[in-house]
Design a protein around this ligand. Sequence first.
Ligand SMILES: [Zn+2]
Length: 180
Amino acid sequence: MRSDEPYEARVAQILAELGIPASYGVDRHMPLHAEARDLVSVGMDIHGRDRQLTPHAAARWTELQAAAHRDDVTLLLVSAFRSLEYQRRIFERKIAGGQSLEQILKVNAPPGYSEHHTGRAVDLTTPACSPLSEEFEITAAFDWLVRHGGRFGFAMTYPRRNPFGVAYEPWHWAIREEAA
Ligand SMILES: [Zn+2]
């Protein structure tokens, strides 16, 4: 028995409860993301919720935000680490609000497949930009991220026409791997 089977079983259970096909992620070549265990606070998001990242990602995010600030660019956190349960509640809330699974899956990865489980992904915004909207693409903050994000290890996971069938997310940036 592989050590990750209990996690896979939990994911399968949640997908079944939400009515998402078990093969959804596999069919789209989406990697299953384990929940990070080692997390540190990175302070409040724009909604006043305490947010966490892995120690490495937290350090890189802090450096990135400070470097942007020195260039007069304000980067604000909308979301960071999200647990399997948190992702499940997003789906439950949207289903209760009348959205179809198809609509939700356009903008939210199913529980188990969200890069936010890794503690290495952040959703960012900037003042005067509506959070989690494509208009982030036309902000100076996005322009700064495209130029400098890579220097801090950050890359966009869902560019236009990504192979995962996920909508374009100019606000979602992640560090590919935890530092050794
Ligand atoms: Zn995101």
